[in-house]
Write a protein that binds this ligand. Structure first.
Ligand SMILES: Cc1ncc(COP(=O)(O)O)c(C=O)c1O
Length: 302
């Protein structure tokens, strides 16, 4: 015979549908489905718990150094992001305010990089957010390539004749791998200016030896991932200005500022490296390299 307490306990147990609790569920004793859809449905709470448990040891934002830096953000950012989860931001005509906010961010970044204060997005410059600098570099390279093709045709080059007119890109050999992808995907010759123990950035004594009429652009790197140095883009700009005085095909500079684009503007001691320089036509940046940012986002400005 159960006493009153036992009866209450039994009643509580009966009231709990063990199948619907995570530890009482059949799924808790099985492996997470990874390959094919499971045959049977599972309760939403159990599915959510399974996913949470699976990612538990990589989900501590303040200890996550896998992306160079922590991904911890303010609770207010969490709240804003949660409220915006149901916005399909890619559909810009449906969500004009979200699109406008992207433009405000691009505009603020552009003005950090030497675009005069009175110049406006769409009138004087353009830009977009990207999936990290990887997409930013890809778009920057593509713009250089198309601009070169356009100008090469106008100059009378047969751009189908890859023997005489294969486009090339000039960059120091400590580049980030996205530039190799860009050259491979778009059939561009990558001309690497070598670095060594004494020369840890773009070699200004030799860089122009790599440039010819098929050069779509020179990449200056503001923050070199492997050496921790920066290319001397101001000197590069002077060399390019000199070269362009007599060139059939004037050459342009794209700055890969993945690393330095949101650092150099706030720190004294950097020579001009951005749109203050005459031949710099585009700059990309990563938004996530200094932490406190969840998504691997970036941007580019032309
Ligand atoms: C110089 C440089 N360019 C491009 C990238 C690619 O950036 P993301 O990781 O934002 O795609 C990196 C990342 O390390 C970088 O250091």
């Amino acid at each position: 015979m159960m006493n009153k307490n036992d009866q209450e306990t039994q009643q509580m147990i009966n009231n709990v549908d063990l199948e619907k609790t995570f530890l009482g569920s059949v799924e808790a004793g099985q492996s997470l489905p990874t390959n094919t859809l499971p045959d049977d449905p599972m309760a939403p709470d159990v599915a959510a718990q399974l996913v949470e448990h699976y990612r538990l040891n990589e989900a501590k934002a303040n200890q996550n150094l896998a992306t160079f830096c922590t991904t911890q953000m303010e609770p207010q950012a969490d709240e804003l992001m949660k409220n915006a989860l149901n916005t399909n931001a890619i559909d810009k005509s449906e969500y004009p305010k979200t699109a406008a906010m992207e433009n405000y961010c691009v505009s603020m970044i552009a003005h950090l990089w030497g675009i005069p204060d009175n110049e406006k997005i769409y009138d004087d410059f353009i830009g977009t957010s990207t999936v990290g600098s990887s997409e930013g570099c890809m778009l920057g390279g593509l713009a250089l390539l198309h601009s070169w093709k356009h100008r090469a045709k106008a100059a009378g080059f047969d751009i189908e004749d890859l023997h005489s007119h294969k486009p090339n890109l000039v960059i120091m050999s400590g580049y980030q791998v996205v530039w190799e992808k860009f050259c491979t995907y778009w059939n561009v010759e990558m001309r690497q200016v070598p670095i060594n123990g004494d020369q840890v950035s773009l070699d200004m004594d030799h860089v122009m030896d790599y440039v010819d009429e098929n050069t779509i652009g020179i990449i200056g790197i503001e923050g070199i991932t492997y050496t921790g140095s920066v290319d001397d883009i101001q000197t590069l700009d002077n060399l390019v200005t000199e070269y362009n005085k007599t060139a059939t095909m004037p050459v342009r500079i794209h700055v890969d500022a993945a690393f330095g684009g949101l650092f150099a503007p706030f720190v004294d001691g950097f020579n001009p490296w951005d749109f203050r320089l005459k031949n710099v036509v585009s700059i990309n940046v990563s938004g996530h390299k200094y932490g406190m940012v969840y998504p691997g986002l970036g941007g580019i400005v032309w």
